[in-house]
Design a protein around this ligand. Structure first.
Ligand code: AMP
Length: 112
């Protein structure tokens, strides 16, 4: 657990969230500031800063993708968008890697 990491605190149960899914390696919970009718964050339980660091760990990478697949199945999501913001300049505000899973409204591409 990293000090001063909000998502580590969520994983540890120190900050209350609405959990949607959990397995040995990951937790999924609803985003507090949803950008779509469905907006769920999927995070590894272990502190990993961003997708670049995640990608260096094939086992953790597979676990996160597997969790997204499990979430999509459980929530019966057909069309959805998965976003990893990486770096402050790209909108990352919590430096514990997380997939945003967004669904429930039409989404333009490219995003605004
Ligand atoms: P990012 O800006 O890509 O790092 O995404 C961080 C996300 O965490 C944002 O969409 C926030 O709305 C969300 N967030 C921040 N605090 C909480 C919280 N306590 N519970 C759930 N989601 C949160």
């Amino acid at each position: 657990m990293a000090e001063d990491c909000l998502f580590c605190a969520i994983v540890a149960g120190e900050v209350a969230v609405t959990k949607v899914r959990e397995d040995d390696d990951t937790v999924a919970f609803t985003d507090v500031n949803p950008q779509a009718p469905v907006h769920i964050l999927v995070v590894p339980k272990r502190h990993i800063a961003d997708i670049a660091a995640l990608g260096a760990d094939p086992q953790a990478s597979a676990a996160l993708l597997h969790a997204i697949r499990g979430l999509v199945d459980a929530e019966r999501l057909a069309d959805f968008r998965t976003v990893f913001n990486t770096g402050a300049g790209a909108g990352q505000s919590v430096f514990h890697v997380h997939a945003h899973v967004l669904a429930g409204r039409p989404m333009a591409w490219p995003p605004g």
